[in-house]
Every structure is written in structure tokens, then in C-alpha cells.
Design a protein around this ligand. Structure first.
Ligand code: 5CA
Length: 415
């Protein structure tokens, strides 16, 4: 991608209603634009990241044996009336009437619809278990949409109706903590949340302080689950298994939530199968949610500094930025194009900053959008056959010979 062709409207100052850093940075880096409260357009840079996260979630679901389908955003009220949630869901549900006066809704979640699909086609225990999921936009008319994509009204969710959740989050560079939780409007009496630690989170967590020292690159998912952690309403001071010195209280962002609700939906929506003795029994169900669009914000909360975003490699919109400080200089332009063509040909996601603008703006925009590796090409260095490589993850820079740049980057990306 050439920056001059791309659509990357960076802004110097965040709007005053953006309260948390990820919201500010997403607007400043031209990733999203608010269209109304809690509803956003995903601009090209934001969409690249959203798709990356979606793909990681998809791959881990498929690895775990789940099967993808796609259900609509607009649902008819019929099934919701049967399940009893049409009234229970209250004002968070956006209700719509179509031209024939039929009551429709924009799905806040999909338990009813999936149960109906299931019951139309599955009749025997021999076809079980089934694990179906989709990645689809949801709408919840939240009382207080805030924090940008973290608590939106329209948001992207992956929902199944088990597999390796922990690994999905680790691949995005996050350390997920799994905890017992309240089931809320999804129902049932057993649920687990996945939280990541962040100052700006909306949940209060009690946890073993060792969790903060773990490195997502080397984490063992089983070890991770052995540490104590609880949401505030589940934490019981008297029965806490770890000492006060080891306990830490801090904020977390809920990035996933899984539920076991038994036969709550299957009984009402007629999802029965024949068991071994030929008796008709309602199926037991669970649902498994991951906040795909929320994760974009959550990852930025975990990876940023005062200059902008520092993307983990796996979710970065581009792996490499070629920052040509002097596009009008022939040598700088030739060298930049040489690298650019190599990366393009080898399917390494690259952005070539070929804009004619001040060096200051060029450098600060590239810090802001946070590409993990920046190849900075300046006229003076290039005369000495040198190019600067900046690692945005640890902010270390080094000058290397211009002929070793490709090997250097290939080596880094291999790791
Ligand atoms: N049907 C179940 C899971 S399959 C369900 O809806 N679960 S949920 O309500 O807990 O939502 C799942 C995940 O979606 C949450 O853990 C959170 O990461 C994300 N999410 C929920 N509400 C919002 C919102 N308003 N904005 C952004 N993400 C949200």
C-alpha cells in the first residue's frame, strides 16, 4: 500500500468526548469515525486490524472443531416471543417494524435463531455434539455507550452456540484471565468471563499479582488458569485461597464470556433429540462470545505509549512501514521502491510513506499508526549506505547497511 493512495486521515488532537486512550488513538490514527453514539464506521486502517482479529478468532474456532455459518443481523420477533426474551431484553433491544407491520429486531445475540436452525435439522443424539459459530454485527441500545468501540451500540461479536479461548487471546499479545461471572440477560446459572488487565477497564478484579508478570509470548495456557482471579462480586475475602500480600485489585476489560444454560432455550424453542432409548429430550446448550471489535480497543489499551499505538505483530495493520523522508530525492525514492516491491511481491504487509510533507509530520504519523517495523530512509544516511530501522514495539532504533535491510526484516518477521 502506498500512503498517498491509502485513506489514512490522522488527526493531531482527539475530540474532547474521547475519555480513554484507545478511543483517542483510534480516532487520531484514522481507524474509526463515529457516525452516531456508539456506532462507528471502520476506516481502512481500523478495518485491517478488525479483520486480523476476526481471522485469529476464526482460525482458533476452526482448529477447535467449531463450524462457521452466518446468521442475519435482523431477526423476526417470533422466536424471541417464544423464548420469553422479547419482553425480558427490555430497552437494550432495538425494535423495528417492517412495511407489513411485522415486528423485527436487530439481534443483540443469537441464542434463539441458532436453536431454531438446530431444531429444524437435528433429531438424534447421534448427530451431537455440534458447535456452530458466526462472526456478526450485534446491536444493543446501551444506556451509556462509551469508550469508543469498547462499549458500542453496534459491535462485532463472535458467538458459538470448546475450544481454546486462551490461545486466541495469547496470539493477539494479550494475557487473558478467566473468571467466574454473573450470567445477566443471556441466562443460565454458570458462566465464565475472560478479562485482560487495563487501567481503563470497566470491571474490578481481584487476582494473584503474579499474573501481571507473565509474558504472553511464553505463557502456558494451563498455568495461566491456575492463578487465583475473581470479579468483585464473586470475590470472597474470607475464603480467598491466596494471601493478602499476593492479592491485587485492579481493573479489567471483558473480552469474552462463555455460558452454560442447559435447556433454557431448547425447551422453549423445541430443540429436542432422541436419546439412546428413543426418548425425546431437550438438548443442553452453551454459548461462547468474543468481543471482536472491543478487542481492537483492548489491544491498544495494552500496547501504546505517548506517541501512539505499538501493535503486536500478529494484529498489526502493516508489518513494515517504509518511511521515505525525502520522496523528491532520486536515491531515496529508488531505494524505497526497491524495498516496497520486494515486500509486495512476497506478501509482507507494507505501507510506503511516499507523501510529500514535513519530516516531523511523517515521523509522528508513523509513530501514531504504530507499524511494528519502520524502515526510515533519509538522504544523508543513504549517502553512507545506511538506513534506520525502528522497532516500534520496544522503540529501539539502529542504523544498518542498506543492503541488509531485507534480510534483517525477514529475520525479525520469522520470529
Ligand atoms: N450470546 C452470548 C455469547 S455467545 C453473549 O452475547 N455474550 S455477552 O453478552 O457476554 O457478549 C460477549 C462479548 O461481546 C463480551 O464479552 C464483550 O467482549 C462483547 N460485548 C458485549 N457488549 C458489547 C458492547 N456494547 N460493545 C462492544 N463489545 C461488547
Amino acid at each position: 500500500m502506498k500512503y498517498s493512495n491509502f485513506f489514512l486521515p490522522t488527526i493531531k488532537d482527539a475530540p474532547s468526548d474521547a475519555e480513554i486512550i484507545s478511543h483517542k488513538l483510534m480516532i487520531r490514527a484514522g481507524m474509526i469515525k463515529q457516525s452516531s453514539a456508539g456506532i462507528y464506521s471502520w476506516l481502512p486502517l481500523g478495518l485491517l486490524v478488525l479483520k486480523k482479529i476476526e481471522q485469529i478468532v476464526r482460525e482458533e474456532q476452526n482448529n477447535a472443531g467449531a463450524v462457521e455459518l452466518l446468521m442475519p443481523t435482523i431477526q423476526s420477533s417470533d422466536l424471541w416471543i417464544k423464548s420469553g426474551r422479547y419482553d425480558d431484553y427490555g430497552k437494550e433491544m432495538l425494535r423495528i417494524t417492517d412495511r407489513s407491520g411485522r415486528e423485527m429486531l436487530y439481534g443483540p445475540t443469537n441464542e434463539e435463531l441458532i436453536t431454531d436452525i438446530f431444531q429444524s435439522h437435528i433429531n438424534s443424539y447421534k448427530d451431537l455434539p455440534k458447535n456452530l459459530y458466526h462472526i456478526q454485527w450485534k446491536f444493543r441500545d446501551e444506556v451509556r455507550p462509551r469508550f469508543g468501540v469498547m462499549r458500542g451500540r453496534e459491535f462485532l461479536m463472535k458467538d458459538n452456540y470448546s475450544f481454546d479461548y486462551i490461545k486466541t487471546f495469547i496470539r493477539m499479545g494479550l494475557t487473558p484471565i478467566s473468571l467466574r461471572a454473573e450470567t445477566g440477560p443471556i441466562g443460565g446459572n454458570l458462566s465464565h468471563e475472560f478479562q485482560i488487565l487495563a487501567k481503563t477497564g470497566e470491571s474490578t478484579l481481584y487476582y494473584d499479582k503474579k499474573l501481571e508478570t507473565l509474558n504472553p509470548e511464553t505463557i502456558d495456557p494451563n498455568e495461566l488458569q491456575s492463578f487465583y482471579a475473581a470479579v468483585d462480586d464473586q470475590h470472597d475475602e474470607k475464603n480467598c485461597p491466596i494471601s493478602n500480600e499476593d492479592l491485587k485489585i485492579s481493573k479489567g476489560i471483558e473480552v469474552g464470556h462463555i455460558f452454560y444454560f442447559g435447556t433454557k432455550y431448547s425447551e422453549k424453542l423445541n430443540a429436542f433429540v432422541q436419546d439412546k432409548s428413543g426418548k425425546n429430550v431437550p438438548v443442553h446448550m452453551g454459548s461462547y462470545g468474543i468481543g471482536v471489535s472491543r478487542l481492537v480497543g483492548a489491544i491498544i489499551e495494552a500496547y501504546h505509549d505517548e506517541k501512539g499505538i505499538r501493535w503486536p505483530l500478529e494484529v498489526a495493520p502493516f508489518k513494515v512501514s517504509i518511511v521515505n523522508l525525502m520522496p523528491e530525492d532520486q536515491d531515496c525514492a529508488t531505494k524505497s521502491s526497491e524495498y516496497y516491491e520486494y515486500f509486495m511481491k512476497n506478501n509482507i504487509e507494507v505501507i510506503l510513506d511516499d507523501r510529500i510533507c514535513s519530516i516531523g509530520k511523517k515521523l509522528s504519523d508513523n509513530e501514531l499508526i504504530g507499524t511494528p517495523y519502520q524502515i526510515i530512509i533519509g538522504k544523508r544516511d543513504l549517502k553512507d549506505n545506511l538506513v534506520e530501522i525502528k522497532n516500534r514495539q520496544n522503540n529501539e532504533s539502529e542504523k544498518i547497511s542498506s543492503s541488509s535491510v531485507i534480510d534483517f526484516i525477514n529475520n525479525k518477521l520469522k520470529k
